[in-house]
Design a protein around this ligand. Structure first.
Ligand code: GDP
Length: 433
């Protein structure tokens, strides 16, 4: 999600404008000169486009002087935003502060939009023209009072914002969700597919592919149709021979990448094998949602069960978030638990945390447990935004590098707070220069 940062002296009407942009009145407190307020980030939606608005007001308290503090805002904006909006009080015009900030912003490679606020009176329009002298292009007048001009301004903003990258996984919604059934040879993939599409369940259809396309199976589970991808070989019980491992692994990889969620079949009555871990690694790297199914549960006795618990702790550290179901493709045991687990995983995969809520939570977390000091400096986390879903991907904007252990800590707490069962979560850190 692209980021718009709003920069300006206190009391120029930044907050009113931010409220206009995000389309609500609460949330943002009034600009009070000299009162420090944290940077806040909000989600905005205009003409079907989503972006994040960061109100840089309150950046660095006035101790360093107003001019310096607005310059610091500008620098924060340049480091973190895709587009910068400089707000000037149209009833006052450009002060030396704006001139200084404009000088900083002109060096920026980011697009800068100049906006004159509080233009509630037509007579002010003539004065607005003088703002051209800031060297930031055309000044756009807006009136917080009448809401005039904010639509035009938003159009200009959208025009300059980079295209929202499509959420990682294209293909859109609607249509059956795509599932990859993967696992090492002989773990029971064919048996499970046959069980799922067997007489007692309705086989909806097989989707004929072209000669090069693999063939998918449409299967009804729990009142919903699912598309199991690349199941041709499984349904026909084709076994590979000669270079089998290599091809099986290519095939697994492509199935995972075609799918939205992977069911990783593991053999419950055998120790986790190198091959199992390779499949899991593929799933983790693909960023797809995942359900772990322990098959052949009918062969598992008490001893084996205890052994498994220990094994799992060691072997599945990479996917502690994945749901586990214990099934038997042979007897049909607990196979009905697959669909709910798939649904949970996909919901997590699709989840978007609103920026306001995310930042509120993060601010509390970080003030309780600040990042470890590094090289004598305390990195600050400025704000965060969820850049995409599928899988949920978060970007933290910081003033310094965050240790891997601290990022893992954030991920753990993020999961505690917002769920994400069955889905990987990605966190990246953008350090402001
Ligand atoms: P694939 O290579 O992953 O497709 O594995 P298959 O479905 O061909 O299964 C390999 C072998 O495991 C076959 O002999 C199956 O009958 C057996 N099998 C599959 N699922 C189960 C199960 O749940 N319990 C038991 N006991 N055997 C199973």
């Amino acid at each position: 999600q692209p980021v718009l940062a709003v920069v300006g002296r206190p009391n120029v009407g930044k907050s009113t404008l931010v409220n206009r942009i995000i389309g609500r009145r609460e949330a943002v407190v009034q600009d009070v000169p000299g009162v420090t307020r944290d940077r806040v980030a909000y989600d905005a939606l205009w003409n079907g486009r989503k972006f994040t608005v960061v109100d840089t007001g309150g950046w660095e308290p006035d101790a360093v002087g107003l001019q310096a503090s607005v310059a610091a805002q500008a620098e924060l904006a340049m480091a973190t935003a895709d587009v910068i909006l400089l707000v000037v009080d149209g009833s006052i015009g450009a002060t030396s502060t704006e001139e200084a900030v404009a000088k900083v912003l002109r060096r920026s490679k980011k697009p800068v939009i100049l906006c004159a606020s509080k233009v509630d009176d037509d007579r002010l329009m003539a004065d607005i023209a003088s703002l051209w002298s800031l060297g930031l292009g055309e000044p756009y007048p807006v009136s917080g009072l009448h809401g005039r001009g904010s639509g035009d301004l938003l159009d200009v903003i959208l025009d300059r914002l980079p295209e929202t990258p499509r959420d990682d996984f294209g293909g859109g919604r609607g249509g059956p969700r795509r599932v990859a059934l993967v696992g090492k040879p002989n773990v029971g993939k064919s048996s499970l597919l046959n069980r799922l599409t067997g007489e007692d369940r309705s086989v909806v259809d097989s989707v004929a592919g072209t000669t090069v396309d693999p063939v998918d199976s449409l299967v009804e589970l729990d009142g919903e149709i699912w598309r199991f991808v690349d199941t041709a070989g499984l349904r026909k019980r084709v076994k590979f021979s000669g270079g089998a491992e290599y091809y099986a692994s290519l095939r697994t990889k492509s199935a995972i990448e075609t799918a939205e969620v992977a069911v990783v079949l593991l053999d419950a009555h055998e120790p986790l094998a190198e091959q199992d871990l390779r499949v899991l690694t593929m799933v983790v790297e693909s960023g797809r949602a995942c359900v772990l199914a322990f098959n052949k549960w009918d062969l598992v006795d008490e001893d084996r069960r205890n052994e498994m618990v220990r094994e799992l702790e060691r072997g599945l550290v990479r996917v502690p978030w994945a749901d586990k179901v214990n099934i038997s493709a042979l007897t049909g045991r607990a196979v009905h638990k697959l669909a709910p687990a798939l649904r949970t995983a996909l919901n997590s995969w699709d989840t978007r945390v609103p920026t306001g809520r995310l930042n509120q939570w993060l601010t509390e977390l970080i003030s309780a447990t600040p990042p470890p000091v590094r090289g004598g400096k305390q990195p600050k986390v400025l704000f965060a935004t969820q850049a995409s879903t599928r899988p949920p991907t978060f970007v933290l904007f910081t003033t310094g590098f965050l240790e891997a252990s601290y990022r893992r800590f954030i991920e753990r707490r993020l999961r505690e707070e917002f769920g994400f069962e069955g889905s990987p979560v990605r966190i990246s850190v953008r350090v402001r220069e």
